[in-house]
Design a protein around this ligand. Structure first.
Ligand SMILES: Nc1ncnc2c1ncn2[C@@H]1O[C@H](COP(=O)(O)OP(=O)(O)OP(=O)(O)O)[C@@H](O)[C@H]1O
Length: 847
């Protein structure tokens, strides 16, 4: 007991701090609160033993062990033996709440109905009933007195307080009823009548009392007055157990109608507060007669209540609510749509041992009852009710999603940086891709222009070479037709050169603009790539791909351009090949003619053989010691790069393509070179265009045409034949009178300085092979001048530097004035010099 007393001292306001913790599911079960009243005067007088020890606010011990008292037998104390005393049950009960003897009605209110009101305002029916033996303090708990108002008043007071706080958005309508069930009859305490009321059951509103009137109240004070009046009407009779024993079950009901101002949603809820009559033992109450009958009915109804509680606790499908009016009234509260609190009142006195024990057992059973409750929402507008339903479902979903969201919040925090980084990465990819697209367009533009530049350069080169060939053919020709042809051709060539100049200048400006534009895009792309790589190193592959795309585009443009250049070159080669295909036969005839006159010098023969050798190479036969030298010009124009365009681009233009130079190569020839001690073939191959060759017999010949560029399919057998004849006096059958020979070879005598007069030609005896001149004279030689028959003329040996004479191949016109074409040629050269593709000045002046 010392321990128990010590525990009591620690209680504050009757609520003992929890030590055992929550053990029941409060939400789903009937909430059970046990209140132990203090000993009354009678019990104190009897020094009644305390059979209920409240351990904390949730647990009590029924019939605890008593403090050991010394037991004496024959004057001798017997240790721990009391054979006359019954053994203590020492049963531990755990409830939702246990209110000790010192607990006030407010304390009970705080632990029972106060929280219930929140559920009531949400639309749940609520019910609280007090159960216990007679005189256990049920009425005191429920109704109380003026000094200690019961939980009914306190609940209603708090309800009005809540209503006031909700008045902004809701309209409330409150009606109360107060009835009693006495001897299995229902009476209206607020409207006293001897006629009992009938119970009705409604599927929607549950059990209703037919004919019951609701009294509207506005304040808790009205309720208090009403309760006082109603209690006056309640059947009470003094018994041995309780001077003011209630002989009926009192049911106080509050109907709350809530209408939302923002909608027509209506909530109709019911709060039932039931003060049961006390179970009693006839022996304890001492009732006889009418009181005994009352007690029997009370017990009957309470027995039915006990049965229903047992069935509900066992989960039975059939609950005998209809066994009594009380159970019918409490049907909703016990197993229906209601939040229910059961307050079990017990007396701690030993005299109420059995009643207390039974009450605790009932309370424990009731604690197991599972309830299924729902909100009572009634809407006048069907659509609104649907909306309400939808709203409820949506709210439920929102809660579920919020729960999921809260669960995944940690993951989100972790993933958030990834998402942000991914966004940054995508943004960089987008920006780099856009910049690359712009850069690609600019690059394609500048590459196309550079390609056009090179195509133009190639066409110019081919045009110049073609003109050079034509000029060589016409050189020193006395043929009027050729002279006329070249005279007409020169202005056309000059016009072409001017056009080329214009096109080149136009292209140059466009290339420069395009290149600058491309360079800006390239720099921007480089900057973006660098930034992207610094912020997102994982974009390295993407950046590398972008750069490779750019390089690929450049390579493809270069390939396209080279293919185009090759096509142009091929076309030109085909044309040239066709043109040159006529040359071998003519050369052969020419050579054989000279041979026939025994005028073919060894150097000429050697050159002729060299040409044959080249012809063999043209057929695919190459010598091992022959170095393959590339065409630097073609290399230049086919090398497409994106370096900044320069206005002083240089390339090695082929010397023999010097179309801007004077055509009269004779006057530009170098000094006479003694070729005796030199290898004749090489000399002849390199010394061309007017290079005088001194022969062994002191004759000098001037080769005015180059055979170097002959690209012919010379007959190999012819070459072999020439070889066989080399050094052997040929048997010339088709000889030609030298007088009729119009050769490009000038058969000269001994080489003399230019200022020296030309010695008269020594008449050589006519060789045998040329005896029959008549036959020769009658014959004509057809040159490659489109079937024009010209008379061969045998000229004399000329001095190396001839004075300028009028005619084709000379810088003088027929009337002796300088040719305009030479002036034009110089002008063109000057213009070309200013062009980026023009040769360097050093080359220009090298002649
Ligand atoms: N917690 C309490 N504190 C002080 N007095 C109490 C307490 N509980 C009950 N009493 C007193 O005990 C007496 C009996 O109480 P009450 O009438 O409430 O019992 P009851 O359970 O309602 O009995 P019955 O079933 O016969 O009506 C009353 O005089 C009441 O004042």
């Amino acid at each position: 007991m010392v321990k128990i007393e010590r525990e009591r001292d620690r209680r504050v306001g009757g609520i003992v701090p929890s030590k055992s913790g929550s053990t029941q599911n409060m939400a789903a079960n009937i909430k059970v609160v046990v209140r132990v009243r203090p000993l009354n005067e009678k019990e104190l007088e009897q020094n009644s033993r305390i059979v209920v020890d409240v351990v904390d606010d949730k647990m009590l011990v029924f019939d605890p062990k008593e403090e050991m008292r010394p037991f004496f037998y024959q004057g001798v104390q017997q240790p721990n033996k009391n054979f006359l005393k019954r053994a203590n049950k020492e049963l531990k009960f755990v409830f939702d709440n246990v209110c000790s003897q010192s607990a006030t009605n407010r304390d009970v209110f705080e632990t029972t109905t106060k929280d219930m009101l929140s559920a009531l305002m949400e639309g749940y029916n609520c019910s609280v009933f007090v159960y216990g033996a007679t005189g256990a303090g049920k009425t005191f708990t429920m109704i109380g007195n003026s000094e200690h108002p019961g939980i009914t008043y306190l609940t209603m007071e708090h309800l009005f307080y809540i209503i006031n706080s909700y008045e902004k958005d809701r309209e409330f309508d409150i009606g109360v009823s107060y009835i009693e069930v006495y001897n299995e009859n229902v009476y209206d305490l607020l409207k006293p009548s001897n006629t009992p009321l009938q119970l009705r059951e409604d599927s929607k509103y549950g059990v209703m009392v037919a004919g019951l009137t609701l009294n509207n109240i506005k304040t808790a004070r009205e309720l208090l007055n009403m309760l006082e009046n109603g209690n006056k009407n309640r059947t009470q009779h003094p018994t041995d157990a309780n001077a003011e024993s209630s002989r009926s079950h009192a049911v106080f009901q509050v109907y709350v109608k809530m209408r939302y101002k923002t909608s027509s949603q209506l909530r109709l809820v019911k709060l039932s507060m039931i003060d049961l009559a006390g179970s009693e033992r006839a022996s304890a109450t001492g009732c006889v007669g009418e009181r005994f009958k009352e007690g029997a009915n009370i017990n009957k109804s309470l027995l039915s209540l006990g049965n229903c509680i047992n069935k509900l606790a066992d989960g039975s499908s059939y609950i005998p609510y209809r066994d009594s009016k009380l159970t019918r009234l409490l049907k909703d509260s016990l197993g229906g749509n209601c939040k229910t609190v059961m307050i079990a009142n017990v007396s701690p006195a030993h005299i109420s041992y059995e009643d207390t024990y039974n009450t605790l057992k009932y309370a424990a059973r009731a604690n197991k009852i599972q309830l299924s409750i729902k909100k009572n929402i009634v809407d006048g507008d069907m659509r609104l009710s649907q909306y309400v339903k939808i709203n409820e479902e949506l709210k439920k979903k929102v809660k579920e999603l919020e729960a999921k969201l809260s669960l995944s919040s940690v993951k989100q925090v972790v993933r958030e940086p990834d998402t942000t980084k991914e966004k940054v990465r995508l943004e960089w990819r987008r920006r780099v891709a856009e910049a690359e697209a712009s850069h690609g367009a600019a690059q394609a533009g500048v590459l196309a222009l550079l390609g056009r530049q090179r195509v133009l350069a190639l066409r110019r080169r081919l045009r110049a070479r073609a003109r050079d060939h034509a000029a060589r053919l016409a050189h020193r020709s006395s043929c009027d037709v050729l002279d006329q042809m070249c005279s007409e051709d020169i202005p056309r060539q000059e016009r072409a050169a001017e056009n080329y100049m214009k096109q080149s200048a136009h292209l140059d400006s466009k290339v420069l603009v395009a290149w600058n534009n491309w360079d800006e895009h390239r720099q921007k792309l480089d900057r973006l790539c660098s930034q992207a790589l610094s912020e997102c190193p994982e974009l390295s592959d993407f950046i590398e791909k972008i750069r490779m795309q750019s390089e690929l585009r450049e390579v493809k443009a270069r390939d396209d351009m080279r293919y185009k250049l090759l096509c142009i070159e091929n076309e030109e080669i085909n044309t040239f090949t066709e043109y040159m295909s006529e040359m071998p036969s003519m050369l052969k005839k020419l050579y054989l003619t000279l041979k026939g006159y025994d005028k073919a010098p060894p150097a000429l023969t050697a050159e002729y053989l060299e040409i044959m050798k080249k012809a063999k190479q043209a057929k695919g036969i190459s010598w091992s010691d022959t170095e393959i030298e590339g065409d630097s010009h073609f290399k230049f124009i086919s090398n497409l790069n994106l370096d900044k365009p320069s206005t002083t681009l240089e390339y090695n233009y082929p010397n023999h393509d010097d179309v801007n130079g004077t055509i009269d190569v004779v006057t530009d020839s170098e000094d006479l070179t003694d070729v005796e001690n030199r290898e004749p073939v090489r000399l002849c191959a390199t010394k061309r265009k007017g290079t005088p060759i001194k022969l062994a017999n002191n004759e000098t010949i001037i080769i005015n045409d180059s055979f170097e560029s002959l690209d012919t399919t010379r007959n190999l057998n012819s070459a072999k034949k020439v070889k066989r004849e080399y050094g052997i006096a040929p048997e010339v059958e088709n000889f030609i009178d030298p007088k009729d020979l119009n050769s490009t070879f000038v058969l000269g005598g001994k080489v003399e300085p230019a200022h020296k007069p030309v010695k008269p030609e020594k008449v050589e005896p006519v060789k045998r092979g040329l005896i029959d001149r008549t036959n020769t004279i009658q014959r004509t030689v057809t040159f490659n001048d489109k079937a024009k028959i010209v008379k061969p003329v045998v000229g004399r040996a000329l001095p190396f530097r001839r004075p300028p004479t009028a005619g084709f191949g000379s810088s003088l016109a027929r009337d002796g004035t300088p040719l305009q074409r030479n002036i034009q040629a110089v002008r063109t050269r000057d213009r070309v010099q200013a062009h980026p593709y023009a040769r360097p000045a050093a080359l220009q002046h090298r002649k």
